[in-house]
Design a protein around this ligand. Structure first.
Ligand SMILES: Nc1ncnc2c1ncn2[C@@H]1O[C@H](COP(=O)(O)OP(=O)(O)OP(=O)(O)O)[C@@H](O)[C@H]1O
Length: 778
């Protein structure tokens, strides 16, 4: 069944060549007990290793069951060791960190035997060698003889055809040796057993055949065998270690070195701690910056007003007064710098439509200021009187032009922003808390805004006809439900015989006739977390209301009359083009807003919006350009970039410690490879491939990487608490340091990948270790 044909194996060290096997030709029967005797250094172990596929021969051929092994690949040898050969060594070579059951199962895990079958076979083998009562022990809890029995059970478990024993009783006392030899003799009844020994008595007592060895050659064979040529009957199941098995093996190994593993993990987690703390701080600061930014943006939206200042023009004019002075006696007349910088934006429907097409992801809120006046009446104590929606202190009825224009700066508007995309949230619901009533659903629903102390502007209520004094407290019920009638121009203005128009003062009649009714539906207060505190305390209404009034009054008599006249149809004042436009807008004759305020989500989005607005001006002449005002931009341009720069520098520093820990891990892995040399040999003897050995050490570094990453992240997370309390006492900023879950997971991943990279080279070295040499290691 096994035939060696002129096998040679020479070792060359320096100038000296040792002929360990010098042309060995021998055949073995399928079932016999062969003892190989010979002096030390005669090549016995080498022959055993060659037969077992642990060592490659230089020349000759070995034929197993009719199959020549000359052309065997590494994977064939691995499979051969696993399927066909069982090794028993003098020094047992058990894996110390595994239980004896696991030791016996190890070979089977390489050939993908199911867990149940593995355990069954292992128990069976251990029972056979008489260790039934010791199944739960670790190797170091057994006697020498018992350990050798475990090794025999391991060799038997996969039911190999050949048992190779290298001085199996060399380390045992006589009595135990006898027991072991009996066991081996029994096994030789069903298998080919080849045993190397120094002990001629033992050989003669137990073996069926004795081969004497000297100088790498067979000197004497007591029972030679002639192998008949056979067809190739050889079949191998290839081996493969699952990553899970590798992980389990390494985990068990690491468990035996808890202290060292903890220290290693801790040391290599320092880099991760550094990066995690930097990230959590920078993300916290970034959140603060973003918050400040959006607060700034809500106070200073991008504004497009009818009259704007051209910043580039304004800058051009502000030169210094240094230089040469003219000596002439004339003055030169000039337009002033500020007048020159003054620019009238020709806001038209096309531009309004363009603004409405802004990507709602960048800004969903657009505010408008319109000059349109509202003809409002309210019945107070049974008497109709003119009222207005305004915080203005003048008692003139109707919304005056000046009050409408005073809100154009954008701070504290009374018309709440319009959502560009209706489905994308509602400005009022998102930013204002409903204290009582219900959020507006119609254009004619209006609301009362109060500040954080529930205070509101006294004028807003007085202008609505409420008789209130300073500091007076009004219950929400008194305000909610208040109804105001909206009168259209045709009813409100009467045409005099002179052709002039005057407001009708018979309020009661107008009131009774009026169809449209505004209702205060809610009292709202800005939410504490809102950054869009746009509305000033007082009455607020939707832009839809303004548009509705414009729609209704666009075709009214007074608007038509004003359109065709260059004098004010009420006062007969002469009007220039611009004041005519304003007057028309006030009467509801124009749907173009006086100013538009765009509220971007953050600075980045604002830049995109500005680009979008700039695109509108492309190719337009100077006077047709639309100039916007971006006050927020000039205020906080610096902050963002500075923060990221600081973060990069800090992460770079922390990164250095990460590299250090990577080097450390590779040193540790290297040490582990040295320590586990024997184990590598055993694994190889059991049929593990090179890949599997790499996998075992990769698994070990994987465990180290995950544990140091997790440890680092946990320590960094714990550190955020004291850091936050220190920062709070220093800066009054709350919860600055905040470790995002996603960053934590990424850091654990980074730590794992880096440590695995660091440990991979030593792991490859381990895989390359020669099995025979590894097994000879002390
Ligand atoms: N890796 C190696 N490199 C160089 N020489 C080696 C190597 N392995 C074995 N040898 C040499 O090959 C020869 C045969 O060694 P081997 O271990 O097979 O002898 P042995 O008969 O088993 O000896 P012992 O009974 O003392 O174990 C010895 O001279 C040894 O020094």
């Amino acid at each position: 069944m096994l035939e060696l044909k002129n096998i040679k194996k020479y070792y060359k060290v320096g100038e000296i060549t040792t002929k360990a096997l010098d042309g060995v030709s021998v055949s073995f029967r399928k079932q016999e007990f062969v003892a190989i005797l010979g002096p030390s250094g005669s090549g016995k172990t080498t022959m055993l290793n060659v037969i077992g596929g642990l060592d490659n021969y230089d020349s000759g051929d070995m034929v197993i069951n009719g199959k020549e092994t000359k052309s065997f690949k590494d994977s064939d040898w691995d499979a051969y060791r696993n399927n066909s050969v069982g090794f028993i060594f003098q020094s047992y070579n058990l894996i110390g960190h595994l239980g004896i059951l696991d030791n016996v199962e190890l070979g089977m895990t390489l050939s993908n035997v199911s867990k149940r079958e593995r355990e069954e076979k292992a128990r069976e083998a251990l029972t056979r060698v008489g260790l039934k009562d010791h199944l739960d022990k670790k190797p170091n809890q057994l006697s020498g003889g018992q350990m050798q029995r475990v090794a025999i059970a391991r060799a038997l478990a996969n039911n190999p055809d050949i048992l190779l024993c290298d001085e199996p009783t060399g380390a045992l006392d006589t009595e135990t040796s006898v027991q072991i030899m009996e066991l081996i003799r029994e096994l030789s009844k069903e298998k080919l057993v080849i045993m190397v020994t120094h002990n001629p008595e033992l050989a003669h007592e137990y073996a069926d055949r004795i081969i004497e060895f000297a100088d790498g050659k067979i000197q004497k064979d007591s029972n030679p065998h002639q192998e008949q040529p056979k067809p190739d009957q050889f079949q191998l199941t290839h081996t493969k270690m699952k990553f899970w098995t590798a992980l389990k093996l390494s985990f068990n190994n690491i468990r035996t070195k808890k202290g060292r593993t903890f220290l290693t993990s801790f040391a290599s987690s320092i880099g991760i701690i550094g990066i995690a703390v930097v990230l959590s701080l920078s993300s916290g600061f970034q959140t603060q910056i973003n918050k400040t930014q959006s607060e700034t943006l809500s106070k200073f939206p991008v504004t497009i007003s009818k009259v704007a200042t051209d910043q580039t023009e304004a800058r051009k004019q502000s030169g210094t007064s240094k230089g040469t002075f003219p000596k002439s006696t004339e003055v030169t007349v000039k337009t002033s710098a500020s007048d020159k910088a003054q620019h009238t934006n020709k806001i038209d429907q096309k531009f309004v439509d363009y603004v409405n097409k802004i990507n709602p992801d960048l800004s969903n809120n657009i505010g408008y200021t319109r000059l349109v006046g509202m003809n409002l009446l309210r019945e107070v104590d049974g008497k109709a009187q003119a009222v207005k929606l305004s915080n203005d202190s003048s008692s003139k009825s109707g919304q005056s032009m000046s009050s409408a224009m005073s809100t154009m700066a954008g701070v504290g508007v009374s018309s709440f922003p319009q959502e560009l995309e209706k489905g994308k949230g509602n400005f009022l619901k998102e930013n204002y808390k409903l204290l009582q009533g219900s959020y507006p659903t119609k254009a004619t629903d209006i609301v009362l805004i109060v500040d954080k102390n529930n205070e509101t502007n006294i004028n807003s209520l007085r202008n609505l006809g409420f008789d209130v004094k300073e500091d007076e407290k009004l219950s929400f019920d008194k305000i909610i439900g208040t109804s105001i009638k909206l009168v259209n121009n045709n009813d409100y203005y009467t045409k005099l015989p002179t052709g002039n128009y005057i407001p009708n003062t018979n309020y009661q009649e107008l009131y009774n006739k009026a169809q449209d009714e505004l209702t205060i539906t809610a009292v709202l207060r800005v939410k504490s977390d809102s950054t869009m505190d746009l509305l000033s305390p007082g009455i607020a209404y939707s832009d839809e209301l303004s548009q509705k009034i414009i729609d209704e009054n666009k075709g009214s008599d007074i608007v038509k009359a004003q359109e065709s006249s260059d004098t004010n149809v009420m006062t007969n004042e002469k009007l220039d083009a611009s004041t005519k436009e304003t007057t028309l807008a006030y009467l509801g004759g124009s749907s173009i807003p006086y100013s538009i305020m765009i509220y971007p989500n953050n600075f980045k989005d604002k830049d995109q919006i500005l680009d979008y607005l700039d695109a509108y001006n492309k190719g337009k002449s100077k006077e047709n350009k639309i100039i916007y005002t971006d006050l927020a931009g000039t205020m906080t341009e610096l902050t963002g970039g500075l923060m990221s720069a600081i973060t990069y520098v800090l992460v770079a520093f922390a990164g250095i410690s990460l590299v250090t820990s990577m080097i450390m891990i590779s040193i540790i892995t290297y040490t582990s490879v040295i320590e586990r040399t024997k184990e590598i040999g055993v694994l190889k003897a059991l049929g593990a491939r090179k890949k599997d050995i790499t996998r075992v050490f990769d698994a070990e570094t994987c465990i180290l990487g995950v544990s140091s990453g997790t440890l680092g992240v946990v320590i960094a997370w714990l550190a955020t608490f004291p850091i936050n309390s220190i920062l709070y006492s220093m800066t009054n900023l709350k919860n600055v340091a905040h470790l995002e879950l996603s960053s934590a997971l990424i850091l654990i991943l980074v730590s794992t990948v880096l440590t695995m990279l660091g440990g991979h080279i030593p792991a490859r070295m381990a895989a390359k270790k020669d099995a025979a040499i590894a097994l000879r290691a002390e």
